[in-house]
Design a protein around this ligand. Structure first.
Ligand SMILES: NC(=O)c1ccc[n+]([C@@H]2O[C@H](COP(=O)([O-])OP(=O)(O)OC[C@H]3O[C@@H](n4cnc5c(N)ncnc54)[C@H](OP(=O)(O)O)[C@@H]3O)[C@@H](O)[C@H]2O)c1
Length: 427
């Protein structure tokens, strides 16, 4: 089995090695032995490494104890998790037979792993929760596995590469910025964590008189927000969506093809300097300007802030920034310091999908939450060519070498993965 490890202190440094397949019996009841079989990599995986200590992502799949030196040093090396499908090899769960495919959180690696899964009666029948003690430091989102009911590899590839970050967009649009608080309550962008906003009211969630500026609009997460906005009732807003990206052509095509009920415009970063873009926003007469930053390129946020703050009309609107993600690169300590300073200076509100879902579950129930989510995800799958006309599945094979996880990790750390690429791997 090929294993891929990343240096915890310098995410540019990574390595592969081989281990024998485990032969020990499964630990007990509710156990599965699984081989990651279809994985994806996006900029999101760089975040798992960047914040792996803080958000415990390194805890998901510790480097196996029989790894060779120096990779057996857990303080120095870790396994970055990745979304996708695993195939069950052995099972002590009666209803999950060998050969079953599960969607969820796997090692970005080729080694076989054991899971302990439990099904809760109030959860949808295909949802199982990981209950191993070492996984309880993780946020709940990463311990949820779904049994696949499809054998369609292309569908699986989109579910591996887009659905994980698309979920973020769904809860952001349907709950954090709910268009209908009576049905879906307004949920704080990062419940349970000290924030510049201690409470989150229906007024905070209201986009009916807002223009949204999406930065790094070609990221899969931002594309998913644009898609979810089109599913909102007209009364829920926004008035307009300005998508700022290095790839305005395809993003504008998607914006038009999805036939949104709001005004849309896709521009490159340099256009944020132009009077004409400020006038486009001002013509919509927003009471609120919401910037959602998915990991904009250098200077992107500052340019958006300048556009609004230096315009006499726009400066009167309420200015809110929600921070979702980071650039496609390995952050240095000084980059991290600059990001934190900018967040403090501009009162940016951090968003985190997992605590949002955890806050929705007790008030809404799993059945209602996931029924709404599945319906909207099916809409994305059915309308994929409109929602992301340029996005292509780029298939790789295995772990080792240029075509595998190893080569893709190098490309991600160098910011070489293009907006139109959805990297997927048959392992
Ligand atoms: N907070 C949460 O709960 C949450 C949930 C989901 C995702 N995220 C985060 O959101 C971010 C985006 O994730 P993703 O998987 O959607 O990303 P992705 O599909 O890989 O897209 C990355 C985008 O980053 C932009 N970019 C910025 N700097 C770049 C550079 N130096 N080189 C290349 N591209 C660069 C590009 O957009 P432009 O060309 O348009 O600038 C590119 O399309 C990640 O940081 C992820 O962790 C957070």
């Amino acid at each position: 089995m090929d294993v891929h490890v990343v240096s915890k202190t310098d995410n540019n440094t990574h390595a592969t090695f081989s281990l024998p397949t485990p032969t020990s019996p499964l630990a007990g009841p509710s156990s599965l032995r699984i081989r990651p079989s279809l994985l994806s990599l996006t900029s999101n995986n760089l975040t798992y490494a960047l914040l792996g200590n803080q958000l415990k992502w390194w805890d998901a799949y510790p480097v196996p104890s029989n790894a060779p030196t120096p990779y057996n040093d857990a303080s120095a090396w870790g396994i970055v998790p990745a979304w996708g499908f695993g195939t069950v090899l052995e099972s002590t769960i009666e209803s999950i037979a060998p050969g079953t495919k599960l969607w969820g959180y796997w090692p970005a690696s080729g080694h076989v792993v054991d899971l302990a899964l439990k099904h809760e009666p109030d959860e949808p029948s295909t949802h199982w929760i990981e209950v191993s003690p070492h996984r309880q430091t993780l946020l709940a989102l990463y311990n949820r596995y779904l049994i696949s009911t499809s054998d369609d590899e292309t569908r699986h590839a989109w579910e591996a590469s887009v659905r994980p970050v698309w979920q973020c967009a769904y809860v952001l649009s349907a709950y954090v910025f709910t268009p209908d608080p009576a049905s879906n309550p307004a949920i704080h962008p990062y419940p349970g964590i000290p924030s510049v906003k201690e409470t989150w009211t229906s007024a905070d969630a209201d986009l009916s008189r807002a223009v949204v500026i999406s930065l790094a609009a070609s990221s899969k997460t931002a594309r998913a927000v644009a898609h979810n906005f089109t599913l909102r009732p007209t009364s829920g807003g926004p008035l307009g969506l300005l998508q700022v990206t290095s790839a305005p052509g395809p993003i504008q095509s998607a914006a038009t093809a999805l036939k949104p009920h709001f005004a849309t415009r896709a521009v490159d970063y340099t256009s944020l300097d132009t009077e004409e873009v400020a006038q486009w926003i001002a013509a919509l007469k927003p009471a609120k300007i919401l910037v959602i930053d998915f990991g904009s390129r250098d200077g992107g946020f500052e340019a958006a802030h300048k556009l609004v703050s230096q315009d006499e009309v726009l400066a009167k609107a309420e200015f809110v920034t929600v921070n979702i993600g980071y650039q496609q690169k390995v952050y240095t300590m000084s980059d991290v310091g600059a990001a934190l300073a900018s967040a403090a200076e501009h009162s940016k509100i951090q968003f985190n999908t997992s605590p949002v879902i955890e806050a929705i579950l007790p008030v809404q129930g799993a059945t209602k939450l996931f029924a709404g989510l599945e319906k909207a995800w099916d809409h994305w799958l059915e309308n994929r060519e409109a929602a992301a006309p340029d996005l292509q599945l780029v298939w790789g094979e295995g772990v080792v070498g240029e075509k595998g996880i190893e080569g893709a990790w190098t490309r991600l750390t160098r910011g070489e993965v293009k907006p139109e690429e959805a990297l997927v791997f048959r392992i």
